[in-house]
Design a protein around this ligand. Structure first.
Ligand code: ADP
Length: 758
């Protein structure tokens, strides 16, 4: 905020709009800077130069005028001197003529003809002396002339008085004596004329100087006037621009004032004016609301910093005020205010001093109550989240956009947790895991690179004792507000115990399944015996026939050879049957192979044929063609079909009357898998126990174990299929299962649903 804006605050806070407008007018500022600005303008030096030039010209002119006057006086003076000398010469000539005439003629008429008196000579001589009194040389000569003249006049007077005696010689002598006077007058006149010429020359020089000076002054004046006019134009332009800028500045200031007023009036933040003594002089409503005081308190000067500040904050307050005094601004800091009712309020406060020399400043106060509340809520939420994580998960983790760990938190209960921070910055696949295999990692990375969520991705890390520690991780991608992917956030569960339990369960399940198969084999002993005895009986019959052909005369070797062929085929058939039975009875690990479902169905039907016949059941098949082979364990799928057929046969075997019919169908599912259904026309299923049908140990038979369907269900699920039961029309039960072409990857191989297994 500029100084002017801050300066306008007191008026805004005191709600005097007129004062603000007037106070923010730009004119006083111009007036203040007016004087200094004039000096900054280029026109001023020009005017000053013009004035200086005028003054110098005036002085020079005055000097010149004075010189001129002095020269004129000198010229006049020299002229007077010369005139006086001329007059004196004339008088001397007249005197000479008068006196010499008289002396030569002794005629007194001569003395009267000129009327030249000694007095007039003396007067002119004195006038001459007065005129040249200031010139020492001329004065000396004039004095000398006066002496000679006076001497001569006296001599002439003497001669005149003795004229009768001296005659013409005396006159000649007198005239000669006059030559001295004339010589002196000439000397004086020459000097004076020389001076006159000097003065005239100086007068000429002066005139020329005046002309040059006038011309120079005219040229300089013209240049200065031209420059002044040019500068005046520039200045006028500048002032016009400055005026425009000032108008703009004024409107900007008004705009800013308007904004500040908006800020103050909006009461979003508290604004107050204070002095360094701590007294709060002005404040807006927001500030008063924050501290819980009213305008009366403010007017009565009851609001004081010390009073508003709790004791433990006063030291910090004092330090901040000292800083404010020093640098003029106060960086925002958090503190607490004591409200009027004694409660406390957290605030963020910042401020600035007004201009230098005042002890007042403005403070801006933000109520932090909501923020503090939000922070506290956030802290508690974080706490709750931590608690939840601690009790629900063993690991909480976060990764960045490059899938590098940025955060890992391990539950205290987690055994063999990696050292804190040891995996930060690494991707999951840079951490030494023992499982899963490369293919699983490849698929997992595809999921991550596609920014998809994932669940229960199982990993195994080596434990200190060399065993494997399993953890199952799940994660969700995180995107910023713009939708840009920024990483993953997820949890992990320690599943080693569960894995072991599953393993134990699987093995128990396998044991159980095996036991179940062996049991069924026991039940099917007659059927098996029949199945095996058939080729053996045929072999015996064929052997006997062969012997007969051998005993014939001649022996029919061709027939014997055919009998041997039959015996070999029957032997192979018997071996085949025994092999299949052995495979069913054998305890072998699960092995998935590409399997055609129809032959499997037919083999089981062959095994159970005698059992069905014994119970009067008619077995029919409806097998679809062109199946894709499925990936499945042959023995397990046979066990399922066997269980369903035996259950159906047993159910129908207990019936009093009615058709006993078993229909085994195969077909294709919508998702390109296969389905197998076993329908019977037995008593059907009890609706009340339908939902417990696949539970372990559920049986309605007196000697039943109740494990057959539970095992079948878990086998089918383990293959990624589904199994269910329902009522057959018009009567009986129908059991069906599906098997996918490829087992679903999300269902781990050999997975046993704990809820449906033992
Ligand atoms: P168990 O044969 O030892 O009883 P199962 O799990 O194979 O064990 O069968 C559980 C129960 O399901 C049977 O006791 C019987 O009540 C019922 N059940 C199975 N198959 C049929 C069927 N085809 N018709 C009627 N009930 C059946």
């Amino acid at each position: 905020m500029c100084y002017r804006c801050v300066h306008a605050l007191p008026a805004i806070l005191s709600r005097d709009r007129r004062a603000v407008t007037e106070d923010t007018k730009p004119m006083p500022a111009f007036a203040r800077s007016h004087f200094s600005r004039w000096f900054a303008r280029p026109l001023i030096p020009v005017i000053a130069a013009l004035l200086t030039l005028s003054a110098v010209t005036g002085l020079l002119g005055l000097q010149s005028w004075r010189d001129g006057e002095a020269i004129n006086l000198s010229l006049e003076h020299s002229g007077q001197v010369i005139d006086t000398l001329d007059r004196l010469r004339t008088i001397i000539v007249d005197l000479e003529t008068e006196r010499s005439g008289y002396l030569l003629t002794l005629d007194p008429a001569y003395l009267k003809a000129y009327g030249v008196s000694d007095e007039s000579v003396r007067r002119e001589t004195e006038a001459l002396q007065t005129l040249v009194a200031n010139d020492p040389l001329q004065s000396f000569r004039a004095g000398h002339l006066a002496l000679i003249i006076s001497e001569k006049l006296r001599e002439i007077d003497d001669l005149v008085k003795t004229a009768a005696r001296v005659s013409g010689q005396a006159a000649q002598a007198m005239i000669r004596g006059m030559d001295d006077i004339r010589l002196q007058i000439d000397l004086l006149q020459d000097v004076e004329r020389f001076q006159l010429v000097g003065w005239e020359k100086r007068a000429g020089d002066l005139e020329r100087r005046r002309t040059r000076l006038g011309l120079a002054a005219g040229v300089i004046g013209a240049v200065l006037v031209g420059t002044a006019m040019a500068l005046a134009r520039i200045e006028a332009k500048r002032r016009r621009k400055a005026t425009e800028e000032n108008v703009q500045l004024h409107s900007d200031l008004l705009e800013r004032d308007r904004k500040i007023r908006r800020l103050v009036d909006s009461n979003i933040i508290g604004v107050m004016i204070w002095n360094l003594e701590g007294c709060i002089l002005e404040a807006n409503d927001a500030f008063l609301r924050i501290v819980g005081y009213d305008r009366e308190d403010l007017a009565a000067r009851r609001l004081h910093r010390t009073m508003l500040t709790p004791p433990e904050w006063r030291d910090l307050d004092a330090r901040n005020i000292a800083e404010l005094e020093l640098i003029g601004t106060l960086a925002p800091f958090e503190k607490e205010y004591l409200r009027k009712d004694g409660s406390r309020v957290s605030v963020l406060i910042g401020g600035a001093m007004f201009e230098e020399g005042t002890n007042q400043g403005v403070g801006f106060i933000l109520d932090l109550t909501e923020r503090k509340r939000a922070e506290e809520a956030l802290r508690q939420s974080e706490e709750r989240f931590r608690t939840l994580v601690q009790f629900s998960f063993d690991v909480y983790w976060e990764t960045d956009a490059q899938h590098r760990f940025t955060r890992q938190e391990f539950a205290e209960s987690l055994v063999d947790a990696p050292a804190a921070e040891s995996e930060i910055g690494k991707t999951r696949w840079e951490v030494p895991y023992l499982e899963p295999d490369a293919e699983a990692w490849r698929k997992h990375r595809e999921t991550l690179d596609a920014h998809l969520s994932f669940r229960d991705f199982e990993l195994a890390r080596p434990a200190r004792d060399g065993s494997k520690r399993y953890v199952s991780v799940s994660g969700l991608p995180v995107f910023d507000k713009t939708g840009c992917f920024i990483g993953y956030r997820g949890v992990g569960r320690h599943i080693t115990e569960r894995k072991r339990a599953e393993e134990a369960l699987r093995s128990a399940q396998a044991e159980l399944a095996h036991a179940n198969r062996v049991t069924m084999m026991g039940q099917l002993a007659a059927s098996i015996a029949h199945e095996v005895s058939q080729p053996i009986t045929a072999m015996v019959t064929n052997a006997e026939a062969g012997l007969s052909w051998l005993a014939a005369q001649p022996p029919n070797l061709e027939q014997v050879r055919q009998m041997f062929d039959c015996i070999v085929n029957d032997g192979l058939r018997a071996g085949d049957v025994i092999g299949r039975i052995r495979a069913l009875v054998k305890k072998a690990p699960q092995q998935r192979v590409a399997l055609e479902i129809n032959p499997v169905v037919l083999e089981v039907i062959a095994l159970t044929r005698l059992e069905a016949a014994k119970n009067g059941v008619l077995v029919r098949t409806r097998l679809a063609e062109d199946f894709p082979p499925i990936q499945a364990d042959r023995v397990q799928v046979q066990q399922v079909i066997l269980n369903l057929i035996i259950n159906a046969v047993e159910a129908m075997g207990g019936m009093g009357d009615g058709v006993r019919e078993l229909l085994i169908s195969t077909g294709r599912t919508a998702s390109n898998g296969v389905f197998v259904s076993v329908r019977d026309s037995g008593p059907g299923l009890d609706p009340r126990t339908m939902d417990r049908l696949f539970d372990p140990f559920f049986t309605t038979k007196s000697k039943g174990m109740g494990m057959g369907l539970a095992i079948c269900h878990s086998i089918i699920e383990a293959h990624g299929g589904r199994m269910w039961a329902g009522a057959n029309e018009p009567r009986g039960a129908i059991f069906q299962f599906t098997l996918p072409v490829e087992p679903d990857e999300t269902v781990p191989s050999g997975y046993v649903d704990p809820m449906s297994a033992v």
